[in-house]
Design a protein around this ligand. Structure first.
Ligand code: GLY
Length: 352
């Protein structure tokens, strides 16, 4: 068992290890004085892990109620969020009580937002069960739901009290869901560390996940503690996300986040090189690594479709947008530019 401390606000620990679901009750007891816990999970994770967590919570002396919703991005909306809030009220959770999010990014984002807003904020513990949520979304306090106009348009920065990252939960992930998390993992390599990027070429990566997850959480910690509310340097974590979010939106969210980000990283890397904004073209090496995990590196959407979706994203500022451009594998920079430059980068990045 290893611990990474995240020094934002009150600070909290990410505990990384195996067999942690069975111990989740006692781990939560150490940081939280709740009497009652609302366990929030989707129907897939419910059948896999909810009993283990519920038993552990009860053994540790917590009363436990459970809210289950249908899995998938389609549930991350105001209807499910509203049902969740009503469930908390119906079960009389008090300000001293706690919400435990058990699942992937959708569960963590939505349960986190519910915790941030119910009674103006109650404790939240994140127990991520996908690689993507272990390495990214469970850490750093971004919580949100989607609106009809786009992804994550209503939300709050709200740090959890604890993150329990049980590597054993990754053993049940199918190839596609695992690959989704690898897109965000590879992202950290491009952003911060060539050696880490190279380590991901190891064929046995699935057997050595504990160190990989810890390293990603440390990369995220080092970024988030400098810019908790995403006004500057945290923007780096959005490498590949401008085009990635556009692909998700154009596909009506049928293309998963990780797959969309994979394509987005390649397009922006190639486009930056071809427009003279990057000296190196890392897109071939990046594509090769992404493809080795079964991730896509191209899309059928047109430059115009992607551009239109991208300029309607929440991350724009008037007619300006901040892009993340790779200088080389291991070093990226923030680049604020106007929409016409974005259009050119997408057009040139899309052409094979
Ligand atoms: N997932 C990007 C961030 O947390 O800032």
């Amino acid at each position: 068992m290893q611990t990474v401390k995240i020094n934002t606000g009150k600070g909290y620990n990410c505990i990384i290890g195996r067999g942690l679901l069975e111990k989740s009750g006692e781990l939560i007891k150490e940081v939280c004085a709740a009497r009652r816990i609302a366990l929030v999970t989707d129907d897939t994770v419910n059948s896999l892990y909810a009993d283990t967590v519920e038993n552990s919570l009860k053994t540790a002396g917590f009363e436990c109620v459970k809210f289950v919703f249908p899995n998938g991005e389609g549930s991350k909306n105001i209807g499910t969020y509203s049902d969740m809030l009503e469930f908390m009220a119906e079960n009389r959770l008090t300000r001293k009580d706690c919400i435990v999010a058990l699942g992937g990014g959708v569960t963590g984002d939505m349960a986190g937002f519910c915790a941030a807003t119910y009674l103006r904020g109650i404790d939240c513990v994140q127990i991520p069960t996908t690689l993507l949520s272990l390495v990214d979304s469970s850490v750093g306090g971004k919580t949100a739901i989607d609106l009809k106009h786009g992804k994550n348009l209503a939300g709050a920065f709200y740090q959890p009290r604890l993150v329990i990252a049980d590597i054993d939960t990754l053993s049940t992930l199918g190839r596609d869901v695992f690959a989704d998390g690898m897109a965000e993992t590879i992202k950290y390599g491009v952003l911060f560390d060539r050696e880490f990027f190279n380590s991901l070429k190891d064929k046995n990566i699935r057997e050595n996940l504990e160190e990989t997850v810890k390293k990603c959480i440390e990369f995220k910690r080092d970024t988030v503690i400098k810019d908790e509310t995403d006004l500057g340097i945290r923007g780096l974590l959005n490498f590949g996300h401008t085009v990635g979010h556009a692909i998700e939106k154009c596909s009506d969210y049928t293309v998963s986040h990780g797959r969309a980000v994979a394509v987005g990283m390649v397009i922006i890397s190639r486009g930056a090189y071809r427009t003279g904004l990057a000296k190196e073209n890392i897109s071939a090496e990046l594509s090769e690594l992404l493809e080795s995990f079964g991730l896509p590196v191209s899309t059928d959407f047109t430059a115009e479709e992607l551009y239109e979706a991208a300029v309607n994203d929440k991350k724009t500022d008037g007619n300006m947008i901040t892009l993340i451009l790779p200088e080389t594998v291991g070093k990226c920079r923030l680049y604020k530019t106007d929409f016409s430059a974005l259009r050119e980068i997408i057009e040139k990045g899309l052409a094979r």
